[in-house]
Ligand binder design. Sequence first.
Ligand code: ADP
Ligand code: MG
Length: 576
Amino acid sequence: TGQKQTHGFQTEVKQLLQLMIHSLYSNKEIFLRELVSNAADASDKLRFKALQNADLFEGDANLRVRISADAENNTVTISDNGIGMTHDEIVAHLGTIAKSGTADFFSKLSGDQAKDSQLIGQFGVGFYSAFIVADKVTVRSRAAGAASNEAVEWSSEGEGEFTVQAIEKSGRGTDIILHLKEDEKEYADEWRLRSIVTKYSDHISVAVEMLSPEVEAVAEEKDDEGNVVRPAIEAKPAQWEAINKATALWTREKADISDEEYNEFYKHVSHDFADPLLWEHNKVEGKTEYTSLLYIPSKAPFDMYNREKQHGLKLYVQRVFIMDDAEQFMPTYLRFVKGLLDSNDLPLNVSREILQDNKVTQAIRKGCTKRVLKMLEKLGNKDAEKYQSFWDEFGQVLKEGPAEDMANKEQIAKLLRFSSTETDSAVQNVSLPQYVERMKDGQDKIYYVVADSFEAAKNSPHLEVFRKKGIEVLLLADRIDEWLVSHLTEFDGKQLQSVTRGGLDLGEMDDAETKEAQEKLEQEFDDVISRVKAALEGKVKDVKVSHRLTDSPACIVTDEHDMSSQMAKLMASVGQ
Ligand code: ADP
Ligand code: MG
């Protein structure tokens, strides 16, 4: 064995460890789920790499995860023969958090553990969850293809540091040895471990094995007449046997998969912590054949707006894992969707480059996009409350849709939710179909106002005439809204019209009598208008008598074809 080196954890790892122990005290057993999940990932990765180089199997392509407990020494060992880690990989992966935006996330924590521990769910805990039950963790690993004396041992008490040293290890893959805390000895029990695996990891597609109990030989027993009263029992040594189904969950029949299995599988593929909001599992047959299992998370991840954030689906080809985060199968405005695809049409040696410009990719992407939009529409129709919780988490992202996806514009528009003068509430829960249904006789447009804040939108003087006439106006105040309405100009054949724009024509809703009165008023104010024009010379394009105000004396409007004042501000803020 080589010399021991000591390394410090990245600051955020230390914070994560602290928080985790605080927040997961009531759900400690999930450490096993996380470690088995990692072991299964390691098997997937080896199988993928071996497609190019079968030597990596070293003659043993029978991938499995083994779990054992040692009650005497208070240890639990999770052992896999997957891809393994090199010295550099172990230092990088088990000393830092390799998620972009991590530092940012931690800098926003309040320091109040109770509050912050709510946030940990968004983050996922992974390997470090071992320290929930262990006061020392030892990881012994040999990368597939490396020599037996090129293995590495990592060890830490989860405080501020870890050590690494070169070791000998004949078997390929990774052993994780948990030295249980005094109060967590209960986990050094095989039956306990077995029940946890069944609860959380039954869906894992690689075999998860535990030792069956040893059976001692018992001789046959006969009574005086020579009848057998007890048959002989053959001795059976303890054997490794799979305790899970070990078939890929998505290949099973929907009817045979329970909600719990779908939930746990979600946690495995998404590295998320909470149950998903919704999922859809489909086998598509025909010209392109694939299986998709698509999940909508219940909470937005902390880094949803991070541009470098990896997103996308897990890709399998004929049940062989190919890659994580294949972003080609989902448009950007659906980047919150998690799950997997298993294609029968893509080649096993498919790369990101090949996916980029590929007919099969396009067909699957089209299918999956429609699938997600449908599933959201169904949810919206069926369960308003659940849909609202989806909208509150992901609505902002969905609003990017009409600009990005022309083909599905109308479909996406139906999924949008807004605040409106109908309720004057900041809760965005009015859909465009609802608005259209409430339109007044003779109203042919969908009216909206965009402002910097909800309060500003709600109190806009431009709304006065609409309120007076009882015409509903959508109140838009999200950063993305101006962008949205510049791309969503129509819905259900009705134009979307800003109330701050140019000649406001309320069409048939203005009766002849009002029109006449308005003209008279304009003539009376001719003189005032000229004087105001002179005073504002060079500052405004025009001054007109307005009929849209009832209480305020004046307001600023944008000319029909000019940039709106919000857009002008947006452009100025990016230096245009
Ligand atoms: P995640 O699984 O979300 O990537 P984890 O904290 O669970 O995060 O694991 C961190 C990383 O450590 C993994 O991405 C992987 O690279 C590495 N790792 C963990 N466990 C194993 C293992 N059993 N075999 C190989 N690599 C592993
Ligand atoms: Mg993990």
